[in-house]
Design a binder for this molecule. Structure first.
Ligand code: TPP
Ligand code: MG
Length: 335
């Protein structure tokens, strides 16, 4: 017997989100593979396992809305519509990459679709989102618009213990009713430090009380739960009702960075999250239960496989930057 599609979603949005989640999964899995072939310089922090968070949140945003991202930013960018070829070329350190091959994984931004940048400094994206939220509010006021654009601010559980960036930003956003969704990605670890050693709170969303904004905790491996919670919060934000702190509980499949074997995580814990709570497997089951996707799922997977292969080919054949290119784009403004 099929279950009915949850209120607030529809077949189109569910299939769009399935495609996004699969794109992130396959991109990260491929990147892991090519990194191990020594095709990618530097390091990187992979998002595999956390796909439901970026997918569910960004499905509620338009190109005129903003996101700020983190060191673990590939999934956020893909969900907001970034070009996979330019992303892959950046990881490969090539001229056709988002930062012309000079930045790598933590330097991916695309202002044309509201991606205000990944960020290697933990917590540093949060105040940027507060500024973006203020700009949305001022823009709406000066243009006489009833509904504002919004900003989704992604950051980790570790970042939420960072004093100045987190506290200052959430407090200002609350008193000025800024249109921001603060998305706390709780993957239970900050590098090798378990959350129990960083915080006495069971739910990090309780931090919202200190700022007088709603704090919500959801299963961050459930695309639909994230989508619906984000939808309500973003609607409130766009209608001038202020920010929300949304905590999504999730788990990274790989180590903190490419150099971390993550032996500090208990095997049973890892097994449970990876084998029993995989966000994409769960979403696939949900779709089939709703009676949708049976004819599309395989095609979507094949199409995404092709996109990823094309992105790798594009990256491999793009030229490398030369020493002269080092001095380009050093200063903003002017012409
Ligand atoms: C200001 C600052 N302090 C420390 C670091 C080193 N560092 C990089 S990632 C990280 C942990 C971040 O944990 P969390 O916010 O939970 O994000 P996650 O990696 O789990 O996604 C740390 C301490 C840094 N990059 N910037
Ligand atoms: Mg974390």
């Amino acid at each position: 017997m099929t279950r009915s599609i949850p209120e607030g979603t529809d077949e189109e949005v569910l299939l769009h989100m399935y495609t996004t989640a699969v794109k992130i999964r396959k991109f990260e899995t491929k990147v892991y593979e090519v990194f191990n072939l020594n095709l990618i310089p530097g390091t990187m922090h992979l998002y595999r396992g956390e796909e439901a968070v970026a997918t569910g949140v960004c499905a509620n945003l338009t190109d005129d809305d903003y996101i700020t991202s983190t060191h673990r930013g590939h999934g956020h960018c893909i969900a907001k519509g970034a070009d996979l070829k330019k992303m892959m070329a950046e990881l490969f350190g090539r001229r056709d990459g988002y930062s012309k091959g000079r930045g790598g994984s933590m330097h991916i931004a695309d202002f044309s679709i509201g991606i205000l940048g990944a960020n290697g400094v933990v917590g540093a994206g949060i105040p940027i989102s507060t500024g973006a939220g203020l700009s949305c509010k001022l823009e709406a006021r000066f243009r006489g618009k009833d509904r504002m654009n919004a900003c989704a601010s992604f950051f980790g559980d570790g970042a939420s213990n960072q004093g100045a960036n987190f506290h200052g930003s959430l407090n200002l956003a609350a008193i000025w009713d800024l249109p921001i969704l603060f998305v706390l990605e709780n993957n239970f670890y900050a590098m090798g430090t378990a959350i129990k050693r960083m915080s006495r709170l069971e739910n990090q969303a309780e931090k919202a009380k200190a700022y007088g904004m709603p704090g919500i905790t959801v299963d961050g491996n459930d695309v639909i739960a994230v989508y619906l919670a984000a939808k309500e919060a973003i609607n409130r934000a766009k209608n001038g009702k202020g920010p929300t702190l949304l905590e999504c509980k999730t788990y990274r499949h790989y180590g903190h960075s490419k150099f971390d074997p993550a032996t500090y995580r208990p095997e049973e814990e890892k097994h449970d999250w990876v084998e029993n709570r995989d966000p994409i497997e769960r979403f696939t089951e949900q779709l089939l239960d709703f009676g949708i996707g049976a004819n599309q799922i395989e095609d979507i997977n094949l199409e995404v496989d092709t996109m990823i292969e094309e992105a790798v080919e594009f990256a491999k054949t793009s030229p490398e930057p030369t020493v002269e290119h080092l001095f380009e784009d050093l200063y903003a403004g002017g012409n």
